[in-house]
Every structure is written in C-alpha cells, then in structure tokens.
Design a protein around this ligand. Structure first.
Ligand SMILES: Nc1ncnc2c1ncn2[C@@H]1O[C@H](COP(=O)(O)OP(=O)(O)OP(=O)(O)O)[C@@H](O)[C@H]1O
Ligand SMILES: [Mg+2]
Length: 390
C-alpha cells in the first residue's frame, strides 16, 4: 500500500512538473528532487542517482499516455502530443481515437497489448505502434511510437522478395517445361526442333545467371566490398563477351545490333568481365524495353583521355521526371514496369562498375525518341607501346 502511495505521489509530481514546463516555467519540484538525490552518506563521485522520472518523461521520443479507469486521457508527455496532435487528444477517449484509426492487435498477453494503427502525419499517413500495459484499477499506460519507417522498410523487403521470386519463376518454368519435352521426345525430334529447345534452355539459364549475379553484386555494392581489377582491355572483346549473354534476347525479338566501334577507341583501362557486364546490362535494357525488329547501336569515340561508349535504342524513351531516379536501386519506370520483368538493379550496378573504373555514366532520353546511355572508360596506351614495355 505504501508503495502504491509513493507511486501516486511521484506521478502527481511528474504531472505538475510537466504542466509547469509546458507553461514555460522552471519546475518547482526540481530543487527538491535534486536534494532527494544527494542521499547522506553516499559519495557524490561514484553514486548513480535514481532516474529522474520527470526528466525522462519529458525527454522520451516515444509518446506516453496515462488513461484513467473511465478511458479518459489523464496525462501525456510532449512526444504523445507531437505524435498524435494536441487537438486530437484533448477531451478524447483514447480507445475511440484508436477505433477511428482502425487499430489492429498484433500481440496480446494478460495486461499487455500491442496494436498498430494508421495515423495522419504532416506529409502522409503513418503507422503507429501502441503498447498498452494495465495499471490495474487506475487505468492503462499506453506507449505510442511512430514506426512508419520500419513498416515501409518491411513492405519494401516483402515486395522485393516477391519480385525476386517472380523473376526467378519465369526462367525456371521455361527450363522445366523444355526439359520435360526433351525427356519425352528428344530421340525422335528433328535437329531444328532440338536446336530451338536447346536455345530456350540456354536463354533461361543465362537469365538465371544474370539475375543471381545482379543480386550478389547489388549486395556487395551495398556492403562496400565491390571491387574491379582494371587492366588494358579491348572494348570490342568486351562487347563480344556481352553478346554471348544478350544475343538470345536480341534474337527472340528479332532486333539487330549495329556496331560503330573505332580502332583508336578500342584500348581501355578496365576490368574486362565487368565492362562486358555493363554492356550486357545496357544492351539487355535496350532490347527489353524496345519493340521487336528495332535497331540497337553501340558506338565508341575518344575524348580527352577517355573512351565514350554509347548504346542507343529505338524504344519508348523515359519521361523526364523519372530520369534522375534511374540509377536508384529497385527503381523501375511506371511506363515499362508491366511490360518487361526486372529488379531495377542493372543500372545501379553499371554505375558502380563505371565509377570504380574512374568513368562516368549518363542517359539521354525523350519519350517517343528512344534512349541513349553512355559511359566512359580511361583510355589505355596503344598495344604496340604495351608490348614494348612488357
Ligand atoms: N533503354 C531503356 N529504355 C527505356 N527505359 C529504360 C531503359 N533502360 C532502363 N530503363 C528504365 O530504367 C529502369 C531501371 O533499369 P535497370 O536496368 O536498373 O533495371 P531493370 O531493367 O528494371 O531490372 P534489372 O536490370 O535488374 O533486370 C527500368 O526498369 C526502365 O524503367
Ligand atoms: Mg536492366
């Protein structure tokens, strides 16, 4: 009973101090509580004072509300006013407030309940977590926390997992269906039919490889462990390697690659595998987002110690307001999202590779006028010079 009284007294003190602070004055209780902390006999240097309830109550970033046994909000700290809005709290019953917000219970044990509710934030709707603990006869203590950022992160993660699963499903389905056909009829099939089956298998396997590589690279870029090994490399060779990956894609849409590569802009200082990965990603985009039977041009030019490679397509182009976001992880344009699959990682990875090699990457595009993506690589010395010094 004594404890009960003590608690009630300290709560009353906290309320009056908080009211005082809200009026802008210095709390009258602080001198007293200061005295209380200096217990006789305790050395000031090593003593840890008990926490000052009032200060903690005011400083907390979580909102705290005490609701009496009639459901009326008896007291609230500044964070509660900030999160829920002072006007909404005044004269309100807390449970009615939650009812309006459509709160749902996510966890419940005896005397303890966790709920989530929507609530209006300054800019948009947010998610609130309400943890309620019974105070017995005296009502309830509610803690309210703005968990909008965590909820959004969770949703993004779930969306991403769904998207990955969706992206994996298409090539896996093609692999199993084709393998089933081969298993049944391989021995009686014509050479042409067999050839087309094998090319489907190859396309699906390459798509899986591309997806997994992109996922792993995106992970290492995020973790800061992404590395490139630059050495004298041929642009033409990098393009050949890239075409091994993307040719099946181009063939399936009857698209043609036109190359305008100049001998003097062939030698660059770059990681060959990574450079062909950039080319493969950019040509795959040009193919994926353009109609059938269109042309994709890959050209090169030398400028101020750099080789500039451009991949131009005859596709739909990208709206101006979206162009600044293309290199963001997971960003996919609303124009093409539903037409072609993808995770929104390709350009992020291209940019990381190009920057790691000392170059820059950019996009010029206009709706209806195609897209042109360029990147630069440091020019390497000529082959003859290299051979002489090797
Ligand atoms: N050549 C292009 N034409 C039109 N839109 C493009 C082109 N290249 C990229 N985009 C737009 O930029 C977005 C991001 O491209 P990015 O390559 O990063 O991802 P993705 O192609 O969607 O998926 P992923 O490359 O991970 O398979 C695309 O979703 C598309 O909206
Ligand atoms: Mg892409």
């Amino acid at each position: 009973m004594k404890k009960e009284e003590e608690r009630a007294t300290s709560e009353r003190a906290a309320r009056s101090e908080f009211a005082e602070r809200r009026r802008g004055g210095e709390p009258e209780a602080s001198a007293k509580s200061g005295e209380r902390r200096r217990t006789p006999g305790r050395r000031a240097t090593d003593a840890i004072a008990p926490i000052d309830v009032q200060d903690a109550f005011v400083a907390l970033t979580d909102g705290i509300l005490i609701v009496d046994s009639h459901g009326k909000i008896a007291s609230a700290n500044p964070a509660a006013f900030r999160i829920l809005g002072e006007d909404r709290l005044r004269g309100q019953k807390f449970e009615e407030l939650l009812l309006v917000s459509g709160a749902t219970t996510v966890q419940e044990t005896r005397g303890h309940r966790v709920r989530r509710a929507w609530f209006p934030r300054e800019d948009r709707m947010g998610v609130l977590e309400i943890v309620s603990t019974t105070l017995g006869q005296r009502g309830w203590l509610h803690t309210v926390r703005d968990v909008t950022a965590q909820a959004e992160l969770l949703r993004l993660k779930e969306d991403f997992l769904l998207q990955v699963a969706h992206e994996l499903r298409t090539p896996i389905a093609a692999l199993t269906a084709t393998l089933d056909l081969l298993y049944d009829d391989a021995l009686t099939m014509s050479r042409d039919a067999l050839g087309s089956m094998v090319s489907t298998l190859r396309r699906s396997a390459l798509r899986l490889e591309h997806l997994v590589e992109n996922l792993l690279d995106a992970g290492s870029i995020e973790a800061g462990t992404f590395q490139v090994r630059a050495m004298p490399t041929s642009v033409r060779q990098s393009l050949q390697d890239a075409l091994v990956f993307v040719q099946p894609l181009l063939d399936s849409k009857r698209q043609e690659i036109v190359t305008q590569l100049h001998a003097e802009s062939d030698r660059v200082l770059a990681d060959q595998r990574r450079t062909s990965q950039v080319l493969a990603n950019l040509i795959a985009n040009a193919s994926k987002y353009s109609p059938e039977e269109t042309k994709i041009t890959v050209s090169s030019a030398t400028r101020e110690g750099f080789v500039r490679i451009t991949i131009a397509d005859e596709g739909p182009g990208i709206p101006a307001d979206e162009q600044t976001r293309l290199f963001q992880r997971f960003f996919r344009s609303r124009e093409v999202r539903d037409q072609a699959g993808g995770l929104g990682l390709g350009l992020t990875i291209c940019r990381a590779i190009v920057h790691a090699q000392g170059g820059e990457i950019g996009i010029e595009s206009a709706p209806g006028r195609g897209t042109s993506v360029h990147f630069t690589l440091p020019k390497a010395r000529q082959l003859t010079e290299e051979a002489a010094t090797e």
